[in-house]
Design a protein around this ligand. Structure first.
Ligand code: PHE
Length: 339
């Protein structure tokens, strides 16, 4: 047995630690709770009684030897031992970690939802691969109607019935088919259109659709809701105007413009020197759409609106090229940390 003691004592004495990892190896082997010396203690019960005293003393000596050696290894490493750079100086202040940041489109989506949740809207979603019914027909696009061409559709393979959704208005239909009014819902999501990629357009982008169906919902409710929204999303003095427009699924329909957030009306190339920028479309849900979803248009009415999340984000932060959103340049992304 005494050979084993000598062996361990020798191992402790010659041990060299030139970095923190090696120091840790020493600690695990000789200091931590389950270690070679601890093992000797557990063997004590098998030692004959008359030898127990000497055995115990020897184990204690080894234990002290290991403690002393450990301390001296620490001292020599922290006082610039062989490889002090590997051993952290625990007295230094911590270095700053690089955290990821919230993507600006996510920040805008979250802010959108926050504003509308406070006035009773929930969030709904639907599939990105849609059928003709939900993307077009139920939304009152007649077959072969030129309005279908307004939305350069990506079809899946050769089946004209299945396409990548061109707008999140398809989610409107899914909600109305499955829920009874009153309905107040927001549908954020990715949409796809066969458009050339430029600073202002992309073939994949994000929309936020809003839908409100109840008894006696009027155009005044639509206007007031969007007034509230733009003042919350932008600034209190943001102006809004509605321009008559056409969508198959709303009647009457209006395009939504807000006062330019970049030049505040002085004229710049973002607003093409008009002082106004378009942020989306809106209107009163067409009675045909309500009927298509099994809601009685004589009892209920409602409004809907749809906006591009990219467009809103560009105006919020003064971003001039929407390709930046998908290029993953960390220098760009790092600038956005809040809602
Ligand atoms: N779906 C329309 C578009 O993508 C926007 C819209 C939604 C217009 C709801 C009116 C009502 O252009």
């Amino acid at each position: 047995m005494s050979d084993r003691f000598k062996e361990i004592a020798e191992e402790i004495k010659v041990f060299k630690a030139s970095n923190a990892d090696e120091l840790e190896q020493f600690r695990l082997k000789f200091i931590s709770r389950k270690n070679v010396i601890g093992e000797l203690f557990t063997q004590m019960k098998d030692v004959p009684n008359e030898e127990k005293k000497v055995f115990g003393q020897s184990v204690n000596e080894l234990k002290n030897l290991a403690q002393e050696k450990f301390q001296s290894l620490i001292d020599s490493l922290s006082s610039g031992g062989t490889d002090s750079e590997d051993y952290p100086d625990l007295t230094l202040p911590p270095t700053e970690e690089d955290f990821g940041s919230i993507h600006p489109l996510t920040a805008t989506r979250q802010r959108f939802i926050q504003i509308f949740e406070r006035i009773g809207f929930n969030v709904s979603s639907g599939p990105e691969i849609e059928d003709d019914w939900h993307n077009f027909t139920a939304l009152n696009f007649p077959e072969n109607h030129p309005a279908r061409e307004m939305q350069d559709t990506f079809f899946i393979e050769k089946d004209p019935d299945i396409a990548l959704r061109t707008h999140t208005s398809s989610v409107q239909i899914r909600v109305m088919e499955n829920e009874k009014p009153p309905i107040r819902t927001l549908s954020p999501g990715r949409v796809f259109r066969n458009e050339a990629i430029s600073a202002r357009a992309h073939c994949v982008f994000h929309q936020m659709e809003g839908l409100y169906i109840d008894k006696n919902v009027s155009f005044a409710d639509l206007k007031q809701t969007l007034y509230h929204f733009v003042k919350e999303m932008f600034t209190k003095d943001t102006q809004i105007r509605f321009r008559p427009s056409y969508f198959p699924f709303t009647e009457p329909s209006a395009e939504i413009d807000i006062s330019c957030q970049i030049c505040h009306g002085d004229g710049c190339n973002i607003c093409k020197y008009t002082g106004w920028v378009e942020i989306g479309g809106s209107g009163m849900v067409d009675p045909n759409v309500l009927e298509n979803c099994g809601i009685d248009p004589n009892e209920y009415s409602g409004f809907a609106f749809g906006m591009g999340i990219e467009r809103i984000t560009m105006l919020r932060y003064g971003i001039k090229d929407l390709r930046l959103f998908t290029e993953n340049d960390v220098r760009f992304l790092k600038q956005f940390n809040s809602l």
